[in-house]
Each structure stands twice: as structure tokens, then as C-alpha cells.
Design a protein around this ligand. Sequence first.
Ligand code: AMP
Length: 351
Amino acid sequence: MKLSPNDTIGIIGGGQLGRMLALAAAPLGLKCHVLDPDSNAPAMQVCAERTVAAYSDKAALADMASRVAVVTYEFENVDFEAASALPLVRPGPRALEVSQDRWIEKRFLAECGCPTANTMPVATPEAAALAFKSFGGGGAILKTRRLGYDGKGQHRLEPGDDAAAAFTALGGVPCVLESVVPFAFEVSTVIARAVDGSVKAYECPQNTHAGGILRTSQVPSPLPDDTATTLQAQAAQVAEALDYVGVLAIEWFVLPDGSCLANEMAPRVHNSGHWTQEGAFASQFENHMRAVAGWTLAPTHTIAPVRMENLIGDDVERWRSAVDGGSSRLHLYGKAETRPGRKMGHINHVG
Ligand code: AMP
């Protein structure tokens, strides 16, 4: 199915990613219909059509789907069954199924040829303690299998810590235990795949995190070109295996010896791709919408070096410096309430 200008794309999720998808769709003549439980969510402010409903509200999702040509999503915790019941969803719901569970995701990445950190699924406090012991005394991170994001649902364990207690503190839900990777730096691959299977990759940005939340993404990165090409090919293999349509991101650890381990994937546009708004010929948001519309992808090459800086919580007070600064572009998400750890906007420092 190929959309025409004036056709409408449904977006499940009204956060900042949905907002920037809708804003990128507008110059292409494509309209958006967003579904979110919050009537003042960032994307609600910029979409032509809106449905205020829970993500799991099957009737509301079906109604929205009946009014649009194709449905996409801006976050991976969309109800898998509800998404599967819709007539046309891009990327397909299989990508949701894989990325909603860290253990399934890690195994899937490994099957697609992407090496990952030593990881074990743990379902009881005893299993957590045993798995921690089996790692041989190094540090580890206990992560809930489902619904973790931005460092939430995680507990870092140092040698000698009580893994069983950490498991209980995380709510006693199924988890994975991962060895701590002594990475030199972090990068991500952001690629787009069209309906016809063609793939375009963006330059890999270097990413820095604090408290489990992305702080900056920068191109160029210190990643050697041949490694970047390998990671992009591995990401394309993941997309191929899912018969994926849209933008797909994978986060990677780069070790001091130059080898790389996949951390996690996101079946959507990604915070580490926000630099593309000013730094690439066409942004990740435009290419996601083009792919979802069944159109050809636009070129992804870098046109300017960019350092993307997230505005988290009170950082948003710095918005004025970006407005006044000559080579900084401001992107605010329209969130009414500032909260610690909440992504309020970002600045792309160009050049
Ligand atoms: P995640 O929630 O898995 O995306 O993790 C967020 C951030 O925490 C990563 O980007 C890393 O900076 C750090 N992190 C997560 N897992 C590991 C690990 N196994 N070893 C070292 N750092 C990690």
C-alpha cells in the first residue's frame, strides 16, 4: 500500500517522537492521527486528528485504524495483541514482540549475528543470586525483562552485592542479569528500511548517558568507518529478519579493543537520531514517514556535524541560549510540566 499526499497516518503514542513524526510528515502533505491517553500530549498539539484513549483500548485503536491508511507507533510498549488486530501496521507487530522483552530481544539480536553481553534470564531471587555468582565476581546489571526505559527497572550490582535482594527490590518480576560491559564509548545505528526492502543508514553517532538516560549524541564519532559499516550491515540484517518497514535503532557498546556488543534495539525513531534533523539530508522522522507511506527513502548522508544535547528536567531553562545562539537549533516538546528525568526538548548544536 502506497499513500498519496493528503492521506493520513495513524500514530500510536503522543510523545515527542510522535510530535516530530507528525511535523516531518506535514511538508510531505501527509496528515497524522494520534492516539494517546493524554489530550495534551506533545503530538496532540500538532496532529490533524486525535483520539484520546488508552493504548490497550482495542475499540479505540480499531476506530482510529479505520480512519487512516496505515498505522505506526512511537514507542515499543504498544499492546502486541491490540496492534496485531489492526489491518496495516508498519513496522509490523513482530518488532514489538521482540523488543518488548529484553531476553527475547537479546536472543533475537544474537540470532541475527549481533553479539551481546553475557546475559541470563532470571525468574526468582535464588536464580538471580546463582546467575550473579556464575558471572565470576564482576559487576552486573539486573534489568526487568519488560517495561524498562531511561534507566528505570534496573539495578547495578557490584561484586559482593545481594542479587536476590535486588531482584525482590525490582518487584520480583522476570528479569535478565547482564554482565557490565567495560565499554570505551557508546554508539548507535539508525537505519531506515522501505517496503521494497531497500535500506539506508545514517552515520553512527557517539552517545553519552547519565543515570541511564541519553544526554548527548554527536557526529562525527570516533568509530572507525569499517566498524560503522559492519554495524550498519548487522542492523540491516535485523531489519531484514523482521521484514521491517520504518526506522530501526540499535544501541552498541564499543570495547577498548574495537569490538562491539549490541545493547538493545528500538523499533522506532530514536533519541540518538535527533541530530539528523539538522545534520542529515533528510531526518530520521521524514524517512520513517516515507517508509510507512510506502514511498522511497530520502538520502541519509550527513550534511553538517551536530552535537545533540537533551534538555532533561530543569535543563529546559536553557532554551533561551539555543534561541539566541546562532548555530543552535531548539526543539521543545510542549510538555506542560517539568519533572526531574523528563525529556523536555533538545538542542542541535550545528558545526
Ligand atoms: P539500557 O536501559 O539498557 O538502554 O541502558 C541504558 C544505559 O545504561 C546504556 O546506554 C549504558 O550506558 C548503561 N548500561 C546498560 N547496560 C549496560 C551493561 N551491560 N554494561 C555497561 N553499561 C550498561
